[in-house]
Structure formats: C-alpha cells, structure tokens
Design a protein around this ligand. Structure first.
Ligand code: NAD
Length: 257
C-alpha cells in the first residue's frame, strides 16, 4: 500500500522538493500551500511524471480549522495519512526595536501556531488510525542560534524545536515520531527576502550580504533543496524509526555542537 504524505508550503522551495522526492519514493502526496497557483503547478508537474500521485490543497496554516480540514480532505481523498511535513514558514527581518507588531504576530501565527496545529491535526489522525505516523517540522539553524535582525524568526524556530520535543514525548506511546530539519542556507525566495532586507538595513548589497553568509559555510556553498529533501526522506523512512524529538542541522558546516 502506498503511503500518504502532506507537505505544507509545497508550492515552491524546499517543500516542493520534499513533495517530489516523496513521490519518487512511492508516496502519494498532498501539496498544500496558501498559494493555489503554485500548489496546482507543483501537483500538475508531479502528476505529469507520475500519474495520480499528487493533489493540491489551498490553506493558510495559521488557521487551525483549515489545517484540520486539510487532514480530513486528504484522508477522504487518499484513504489515510502516514506523514505530515510542517514545512511552510515565513521570515521577517527587522531589528528588535523596529519590529512591527502585525509582522511579529503574523510570523508567530504562521511559523509557530501553524506548526502546532499541524502536529495536533496529524497526531489526532494518526491516533485514530492506530498504527503510528511520522511528523517532520521545518526548524532552522535559527533554532539553535539567534541572528541579529531575526528576532521573531529565531524565536519561532526555537519554539518549534521545543514543541517538537514535547510532542515526541507525548506521542511516542502511539508509535509517532516527531523530528525537525534545520537547514542553514538554501537559495529559495525566502532566502532572497532575508538577504535583501538584511542588506537594506545594514546598508550593503544583497550580493555582499549573501557572500558574507556563504563564507561561513565549511563547504563554501549553500544547500540545494534536494539535499534538504533527502534528510526529510530519511526522517520519514523506517531507517529513522528509533529517532524522535531530534532537530538535525543540515548546514554544510556552519555551527558545530
Ligand atoms: P519559500 O518561501 O521558498 O516557500 C515557502 C512556501 O510556504 C511558499 O510556497 C509559501 O506560499 C508557503 N506558505 C507561506 N505561508 C503559508 C501559510 N500561512 N500557509 C500555507 N503555506 C504558506 O521558503 P523555503 O526556503 O522553501 O522554506 C521552507 C521552510 O524551511 C520554512 O519553514 C523556512 O523557515 C525553513 N528554512 C528555510 C531556510 C532557507 O535558507 N531557505 C533555512 C532554514 C529554514
């Protein structure tokens, strides 16, 4: 029987790669995103190569009811759920002093609460099914060390790590694992925004800003989205069945612990 995975934020970037890799690994995937155009594009592209293996769903993960409806819809479309990847996230770059309340609230609503609702909805379904499940959350290098101008973003990612540890302890009794991936630098639209806004505040250029960050990487280059997807594939595979509550840095050698 084919396994079924939901990937939020799968309309582009890391989430799109995760969806494509899961399909290559014989999963059926729910491409979930706030942007219906990109979600449909990714789903169509997958189905063109591997017919009937993807469907797209449009939702804002900050809305708890929408996340629960997503799980219900996917179970009604595909019959069950095995994997939930809480990948969707947004960034907000500003100094602590200048951070705008509406932006901070939105970031926490999406990154932290959206992940909370995802864990809640997925775990409820897994418990109902009675045969385990796998939850994987997008944390970040920003979940182990705060960076200047990333206060709200870092706070949300530290929180996702804590939330994942609590969830892992509560859900192990049901055979559910909860882990996170912590990318360093991946060149996606989210990273473009970070470099542009950081450069603007630091009065440098986006290219120089990006170079200064890439210079910190031992491998001297950013991660590809495929490299992040490979880690997620491992975390959802039976090979990772004894790993839970962990948050795995995948940064090409930026921080060591
Ligand atoms: P991205 O901006 O390229 O893609 C994010 C996707 O999430 C988009 O398709 C967007 O439409 C969707 N999305 C945003 N808000 C949403 C919402 N409220 N509901 C549903 N979908 C929503 O970002 P990315 O770089 O692919 O990042 C994916 C995840 O990885 C994020 O959680 C991010 O914080 C994390 N991450 C990225 C990097 C990096 O360098 N790119 C580093 C560390 C962690």
């Amino acid at each position: 029987m084919q396994k079924v995975a939901i990937i939020t934020g799968a309309g582009r970037g890391i989430g799109k790669a995760i969806a494509e890799h899961l399909v290559a690994d014989n999963y059926l995937v729910a491409v979930a995103d706030i942007d219906g155009v990109t979600a449909k594009y990714v789903s169509d592209r997958i189905n063109a190569l591997t017919p009937d293996s993807a469907r797209y769903y449009v939702l804002d993960i900050s809305e708890r009811e929408a996340v629960f409806n997503l799980v219900d819809d996917v179970v009604s479309d595909f019959g069950r759920l095995d994997v939930f990847v809480n990948n969707a996230g947004i960034a907000y770059i500003d100094s602590i002093v200048d951070s705008q309340p509406d932006k901070v609230n939105r970031l926490l609503d999406v990154n932290l609460k959206g992940t909370f609702w995802g864990i809640q909805a997925a775990a409820s379904q897994f418990i109902k099914q009675g045969d385990g499940g796998t939850i994987v959350n997008a944390a970040s290098l920003a979940s182990v060390e705060g960076s200047a101008l990333q206060g709200a973003y870092s706070a949300s990612k530290f929180a996702i790590r804590g939330l994942g540890q609590s969830a892992a302890k509560e859900l192990a009794q049901y055979g559910i694992t909860v882990n996170a991936y912590d990318p360093g630098i991946v060149l996606t639209p989210l990273r473009d925004y970070i470099d542009q806004k950081t450069a603007q505040i630091k009065k440098t250029t986006p290219d120089l800003q990006r170079k200064s960050v890439i210079d910190e990487i031992a491998f001297g280059r950013p991660a590809s989205v495929d490299e992040i997807a490979d880690l997620v594939l491992f975390l959802v595979s039976p090979k990772a069945k004894y790993i839970t509550g962990q948050s795995i840095l995948i940064d090409g050698g930026m921080r060591f612990h």
